[in-house]
Design a protein around this ligand. Structure first.
Ligand code: ZN
Length: 164
């Protein structure tokens, strides 16, 4: 059964960003690939953070975390990089909110819903494994998707997705 979905503008922005990098499949959303494409340096450290020194941009990933946590924390730091948050020292809370939301959109992007089996009884674990992000963030993202899933076909700017 197909369903209709109305994305947010920030969600479309995340899709456009990833497609501009020619990222079309979940396995392409990984630290090494994106850092190469974005000309970012990265390394393992004691904490996850984002550093800018002139033109040099560096993302540190917490070496103590597991692969899924590292992936999501990387996408969070990547969001700060994407929006040039280093240029804004004020409104910290808003920047964090924006980075948090954008990283969820990057983690399970709009144009990859087709890889999710929405009929599965085990959707959280499967989607968490597919996108390599923690189950709690997967659940949060799936809830966001369900909340924006609509049944009124008269609404414009909607996207159809087919269940696998
Ligand atoms: Zn942050």
């Amino acid at each position: 059964m197909p369903f209709i979905y109305e994305p947010t503008s920030l969600e479309k922005h995340a899709e456009n960003y990833l497609t501009s990098l020619k990222i079309f499949h979940p396995y392409q959303i990984n630290i090494e690939n994106i850092c190469t494409l974005e000309n970012l340096d990265y390394g393992l450290g004691k904490t996850s953070c984002y550093l800018v020194v002139n033109d040099y941009r560096f993302i540190s990933i917490n070496e103590q975390k597991n692969s899924k946590d590292q992936q999501f924390e990387f996408l969070h730091e990547l969001s700060h990089n994407h929006f040039d948050h280093n240029l804004y020292t004020a409104q910290c809370i808003d920047l964090e909110k924006q980075a948090r939301l954008f990283s969820l959109y990057l983690a399970i992007p709009l144009h990859m819903f087709r890889f999710i089996n929405f009929n599965s009884q085990n959707i959280i674990k499967e989607t968490s494994d597919l996108f390599n992000i923690p189950e709690d963030y997967t659940l949060e993202r799936l809830q966001m998707i369900y909340e924006r899933k609509i049944s009124n076909s008269s609404i414009q700017n909607t996207i159809f997705f087919n269940h696998i």
